[in-house]
Design a protein around this ligand. Structure first.
Ligand code: UN1
Length: 502
């Protein structure tokens, strides 16, 4: 069976109408073999506008449904996802090239956020605040916000949408999703699964969750539409630099989840067995195509000559191959451009004095599929390509002798998403988590940079964009806050002691 044939079978099981992915103008490819698997029907800017109008109408109804009842829809969605986990996980492997456990893991992340959002639907708490006036009560109320636009990237084609959608829906919003052009099929599948849940729920307003397909003109129409209250955008810093100001211009809200150039520090006391495994998964897992992938490593000089050879061995032995019919741990890069960017970064690294292990293309018999051996690059210092994010499995390794300097170098890049330290020394660990330690949104001790749980707020600082999604109180970004003061006395005392007697 060809991949295209399997895609058809999976999409039929997932409930996607054939008309959405045949005869359209946007070809969709599988990075596993490079073959075309579908022709997606795209939306014009006009159709995007209509989808947003429908979403606005759905929002007006949905915001009046009690939050725990909204949670019931998300609970049903989680149930449908559980039932179709293997099909959707497989489609993620086909479309994004993830190995099976990571494809399934992504769907698990969707299920987990649904569970989280269901609980949240009974916990959209506001504070009661002490008022300075007698006979008054002050409180805050959280209200639904409006149409939430979601722009997602190819590397987490289903989980990132669900972090946003599950929260947005329990918060009383409607959702319009513009997926990556590289992963439209999984988006169609998510919507079809959602529709099953909506049918079981019964009274869901039409257009509560929608997907719009197309290139950046569709994304721009979403970003610029006056009825879209919030856009949550995941992608490159370059994309964020365009989206952020456009939203700010019309005072719309944004959640920006942009690039990462994540680092780890390996200290003299580190448990090296643990560090090797964590570094291997962080840097080579998902073929280095997570925004949380480990890209820079600072190793103390006292352990450098023990750790680095062990890492090189892991790099030389890791299996690279098809995620569909081998047990390889590293699948393909998403496309040719990703491969070329990787090679460019590697040659820049060599020009800057780097020594490369790995990095070569692996021949799988598919001309249009791009498999590479992950690259470990020993660098004399943090320079050249090390300071930029290259979305590929490249790990730059540098030696340090002074902990304070290692922290300074750790923070000396544009992005600020994820970070980790490997140490058994309490002072180093706590220092890394302290105000003058890691400047990232995620800082871990004895855990790699990637693979965050949904329960925490996810996102980062500086060029990563500052947005937070998923757990903790990230839900607040999807609601508007009203401060309410009620006077239940028969006097009218003014705040700040002001008198105004007429
Ligand atoms: C991303 O790469 O855009 O922490 C998201 C992780 C995953 C999410 C990554 N839970 O690696």
């Amino acid at each position: 069976m060809t991949i295209a044939q399997e895609v058809r079978i999976l999409l039929a099981r997932l409930g996607v109408a054939e008309s959405a992915y045949t005869g359209g103008t946007m070809p969709s490819f599988s990075p596993v073999s490079g073959e075309k698997v579908a022709d997606i029907v795209v939306h014009s800017a006009d159709e995007t506008g209509k989808a947003i109008e429908l979403s606005q109408a759905a929002f007006r109804e949905w915001r009046l449904v009690p939050a725990p009842k909204r949670g019931e829809l998300v609970r049903l969605f989680g149930e449908e996802l559980r039932a179709l986990k293997s099909e959707l996980g497989r489609l993620v492997s086909i479309e994004a090239g993830k190995i099976p456990s990571e494809g399934l893991g992504e769907v698990q992340e969707m299920i987990d956020i649904c569970d989280f959002a269901v609980g949240l639907s009974r916990q959209l708490y506001g504070l009661t605040i002490a008022t300075e006036r007698p006979g008054h009560r002050m409180m805050e109320t959280w209200h639904p916000l409006g149409v939430v636009g979601v722009i997602s990237a190819f590397n987490f084609p289903v989980a990132v949408w669900s972090w946003n959608a599950a929260l947005a829906l329990v918060c009383g919003n409607s959702v319009v999703w513009k997926p990556s052009e590289k992963t439209p099929l999984t988006a169609l599948a998510c919507l079809a699964i959602f529709e099953r849940a909506a049918k079981r729920f019964g009274d869901v307003p039409a257009g509560l969750a929608q997907v719009i397909m197309g290139d950046r003109t569709v994304g721009e129409a979403l970003v610029d539409h006056p009825k879209v209250a919030l856009v949550s955008a995941t992608g490159s810093t370059r994309m964020g630099r365009e989206v952020g100001p456009r939203l700010a211009r019309r005072f719309a809200r944004s959640i920006l989840e942009l690039g990462g150039n994540n680092a780890g520090i390996v200290c003299p006391s580190a448990d090296l067995d643990m560090a090797v495994r964590a570094i291997a998964f962080g840097a080579m897992g998902t073929a280095g195509q997570r925004c949380t992938s480990l890209r820079r490593l600072f190793v103390h000089e006292s352990v450098y000559d023990t750790l680095v050879p062990r890492l090189k061995k892991a790099y030389e032995s890791v299996s690279v191959g098809s995620p569909l019919d081998t047990s390889a741990l590293v699948g393909p890069l998403i496309d040719k451009a990703a491969y070329e960017n990787m090679q460019k970064a590697l040659s820049e690294a060599v020009e800057t004095g780097g020594i490369v292990t790995g990095g070569k293309r692996v021949d799988t018999g598919h001309d249009n599929a791009y498999y590479v051996r992950p690259a470990l690059v020993e660098m004399p210092k943090q320079d050249g390509p090390v300071t930029k994010e290259t979305f590929a499995p490249i790990l730059y390794v540098m030696k340090y002798d002074d902990f304070d300097e290692a922290i300074v170098d750790h923070n000396a890049v544009g992005a600020g998403l994820s970070s980790s330290i490997f140490t058994l020394n309490l002072q180093e660990a706590e220092r890394f988590l302290s105000p003058d330690g890691s400047d990232c949104g995620i800082a871990n001790v004895n855990i790699g940079t990637s693979g965050a749980e949904i329960g925490g707020a996810f996102g980062g600082e500086k060029e990563t964009g500052g947005g937070r999604e998923s757990g903790s109180d990230a839900w607040k970004a999807y609601m508007r806050r009203a401060t309410n003061t009620v006077n239940y006395s028969s006097a009218l005392p003014l705040a700040q002691g002001v008198s105004f007697d007429i």
